[in-house]
Design a protein around this ligand. Sequence first.
Ligand SMILES: Cc1cc2nc3c(=O)[nH]c(=O)nc-3n(C[C@H](O)[C@H](O)[C@H](O)COP(=O)(O)OP(=O)(O)OC[C@H]3O[C@@H](n4cnc5c(N)ncnc54)[C@H](O)[C@@H]3O)c2cc1C
Length: 432
Amino acid sequence: MPVKGKVAENIYEVNMEEEFDFGVIGSGPGGYTSALNAAAAGKKVVLFEKDLIGGVCLNRGCIPTKTMLHSAEIYEMINNSNDFGIDVDDYKVNFSKIMERKRTVVDKLRSGLERAFKNAGILTVNAKAKIIDKNTIEADGKIYICKKIIAATGSHPRILKGMEYDHKFILSSDDVLNFEKLPKSMVIVGSGAIGIEFSRIFSSLGVEVKIVEIAENLLPLADIEVSKRVERIFKSQDIEFLTKTSVNKIEKCENSVKVYVSNGKVFNASCVLLAVGRVPNEIEKIDGVSYIGDVTGSIQLAHFASKQALEEVADIPFDESLVPFVVYGEPEIAWVGKREQDLESGTYQKAMIPISALAKSNCDNALDGMMKILVRENKIIGAHIVSKEASSLLQQLVISMQMGVTTEQLKAVCFAHPTYSEGILECLMRLK
Ligand SMILES: Cc1cc2nc3c(=O)[nH]c(=O)nc-3n(C[C@H](O)[C@H](O)[C@H](O)COP(=O)(O)OP(=O)(O)OC[C@H]3O[C@@H](n4cnc5c(N)ncnc54)[C@H](O)[C@@H]3O)c2cc1C
């Protein structure tokens, strides 16, 4: 029965029958995993999304980037096809088709998600939600009473003071995903996963790319040997980069930008992409509400948000120290657990192989890479891979670590030949 209720300054119509088990704010990986799994468990769920269903991951993150990257990889493959005995004469990049395909993939996945919400009986409210208290959400002038509120409201690109995005020359990751045509040249500031992936996409497609990174090495969050290997690979792929260098000023000219960097150099480019991290979106912080995913400012990865969601709604715990990191492109870069630079010498064992040691990498001519496994008391504490298929390869080690499998048990596993997986055995057999 509808009754009048006073909430904050306003009087709202409160429909007491509309009480939900879960009120989920945000429809990215954190939000949709929460909503779908709560609904699957028979809970009554309302989900709020102020923008496109699917959040950053589906609309402006994981999916559009990997779709574009795949096109870039196909182009690279054709460029090198001659090495594999395939002569291709006439080919070129059709960038508008790449972008059209990206939109098709994203739209298809978004419709699938919308359908899944509908089939699961989730009420979707396309409006900005405001948390009033731990059981009350207001959206579009309506009140929703929820036994539990989960806020998975995500993050946005960091803004650098004095270098604000103008969406034409000074760009965020959102902007470059909407390019209508390829720029001639681009300075990418920052070499985290986003900077590295975009540098691979655009340089493969023929854009002159220059990366500027303030830290000592590319991919500053990676194991130092991984960073150094990536630098070597980038040199061989003619992707220019400067480390220990910061951007002092960006000056807009008529049709280009001038980028002033800390070593005194000035670079001219068609545009600058600032890939300098992401900041949690603003949302009311209220005791008793669960905050998950990027909005927590913790690990900003889609699978981290999803695992936090499962912990909230399905009571499935997970080990935050075993979250895998993957940077896509050829070769992939993937790691989990401890980095070598954080370990005290003498407290661990190390085994390492070059990926070229594997027969499969020779078949594929994907030779530049490495696998490193760090071990303490017969258990793996860190794994670092630069290789084709590194993402799938790493997952085998993540499972082993999570299950507490010993190196002796892993050595007893039969790995298929020729595969990249057999590198795990190869690596472990080198442990002293
Ligand atoms: C270019 C790029 C590439 C990436 N690639 C990868 C990758 O390969 N792998 C990976 O794991 N991660 C990747 N990420 C990171 C990944 O996208 C995020 O970690 C993930 O989307 C976080 O999920 P989330 O649910 O926390 O929030 P989001 O996906 O950001 O979703 C939050 C949603 O909440 C909505 N919202 C916010 N406030 C409100 C409100 N008050 N009311 C209603 N709705 C609201 C927003 O509109 C948004 O849709 C990438 C990110 C970027 C930018």
